[in-house]
Design a protein around this ligand. Structure first.
Ligand SMILES: O=C[C@H](O)[C@H](O)[C@H](O)COP(=O)(O)O
Length: 223
């Protein structure tokens, strides 16, 4: 099976977590796009979705799925999103699509985080994927030096020759060379650095369930 087929498999499997009559939290990325496509088939059974990015909002709306403002919803029972890396405890690295801040907000609103991923995303220790960090632009150079002091190497994410601008009007640093052996402590530490909007480690908002796409089918991991 191709990686795309594995993504479609878990995107479809995630429908079992969508409760009829309830708003669903929707993440961002190529795996979530498969989920959104599958969700369209049952759209009449839910009032709508809270979205984590302009990209997902556009896709949801194009398929006729109503998008509600996060501030209009008190809590969500489930949030469905992909990951760039996930470990055996359900801790994740996210933000490869630059949507990490809104993803963390919607995840925090949700009782359960269902991660959908192909098996290539499962890692023993987080850190092989360049860690995305959304930053206030004026702090970017200083924060890059702080990551260097930790043994990492930070690069400003560029798109079309310019610094990428997130949905929140900020920039992204991608940090390589880190081995994140204590994700909870790492997330807490980096979150305190002035100028950090969101660090792409999802440890305080970790997955409750992971639907992992494998050639043998969907493996369900619970944490
Ligand atoms: O900002 C993007 C998100 O965190 C995505 O969920 C993550 O990058 C995984 O994306 P994909 O499903 O495309 O691999």
């Amino acid at each position: 099976m191709t990686q795309d087929e594995l993504k479609a498999l878990v995107g479809q499997a995630a429908l079992q977590y969508v409760a009829p009559g309830e708003v669903v939290g929707v993440g961002t990325g190529s795996t979530v796009n498969k989920f959104i496509d599958a969700l369209a088939a049952i759209k009449d059974s839910i009032p709508g979705a809270v979205s984590s990015s302009e990209a997902s909002t556009a896709r949801l709306k194009a398929l006729g799925i109503p998008v509600l403002e996060a501030s209009a919803v008190e809590a969500l029972s489930v949030y469905i999103d992909g990951a760039d890396e996930i470990d055996a405890k359900g801790y994740m690295v996210k933000g490869g699509g630059a949507a990490l801040t809104r993803e963390k907000i919607v995840a925090a609103m949700s009782r359960r985080f269902v991660c959908i991923a192909d098996e290539s995303k499962m890692v023993p220790v987080l850190g092989a994927f360049p860690l995305p960090v959304e930053v206030i632009p004026m702090a970017a150079a200083r924060l890059a030096r702080q990551f260097e002091a930790l043994g990492g190497s930070a690069r400003l994410r560029i798109k079309d020759g310019q610094p990428l601008v997130t949905d929140n009007g900020q920039h992204i640093l991608d940090v390589t060379g880190l081995k994140i052996s204590d994700p909870l402590a790492f997330e807490s530490e980096v979150n305190q650095w002035p100028g950090v909007v969101t660090v792409g480690v999802f440890a305080h908002q970790k997955a409750s369930v992971c639907l992992l796409g494998t050639p043998g089918g969907v493996r369900t991991l619970t944490f």
